[in-house]
Design a protein around this ligand. Structure first.
Ligand code: ADP
Length: 167
């Protein structure tokens, strides 16, 4: 391992469009394991999102303000480049079901090829949250379903306002 990398520093990248209770669970559990955790909001111009990357970062920053070892960032490039720049030793990805695993495994193989020194760990979801998926929650919200148990109250309110604007 290069001296520049720190195995006590981890990152959790994702779209977080929007942040869900499942994300919060995986973030809080990861923060307990490492001295520092970067939550990295991917600003992927090819992905059509309900919230801008800055809005997603702001929501996460408010929701995670009590965790002194968590920093929320926006990143436009490859996640491995964020890891390199910030001397991060571990990347965590949450997995909900077997379907996630196939995709995550391939992604891990690619990232490992790009940056072999980065350790990539999978954290299984808490069973309470295993059905939570941002895309499904957005669809439910658009049809007026009650999403209050799936996302934090701040996110539910922002989603209601955003959907009102779009319809
Ligand atoms: P992506 O855009 O790569 O799909 P997401 O924003 O959906 O990323 O999620 C970010 C991270 O959180 C990923 O590692 C994803 O697997 C994980 N995640 C999302 N929802 C849940 C959940 N309900 N339980 C556990 N992990 C989750």
């Amino acid at each position: 391992m290069s001296k520049a990398m720190n195995r006590n520093v981890a990152m959790l990248p994702g779209s977080f469009d929007p942040p869900t209770m499942g994300h919060m669970n995986i973030i809080e559990r990861s923060a307990e394991l490492y001295g520092k955790l970067y939550v990295v909001v991917a600003d992927n111009i090819q992905k059509k999102c309900l919230f801008t990357a800055v809005e997603r970062r702001s929501m996460l920053a408010v929701l995670l303000k009590d965790f002194k070892n968590i920093e929320v960032c926006v990143w436009q490039g490859l996640v491995v480049d964020f890891a390199r720049d910030h001397h991060i030793g571990v990347m965590i990805r949450g997995v909900r079901a077997l379907v996630d695993f196939g995709y995550e495994f391939e992604l891990a193989m690619t990232n490992k090829q790009l940056f072999p020194e980065l350790e990539i760990l999978f954290m299984p979801t808490d069973p309470t949250y295993f059905i939570l998926r941002s895309s499904a929650i957005k669809e439910m919200a658009a049809y007026g379903a009650d999403i209050s148990k799936m996302v934090p109250p701040l996110v539910a309110e922002n989603m209601r306002n955003r959907i009102k604007l779009l319809t």
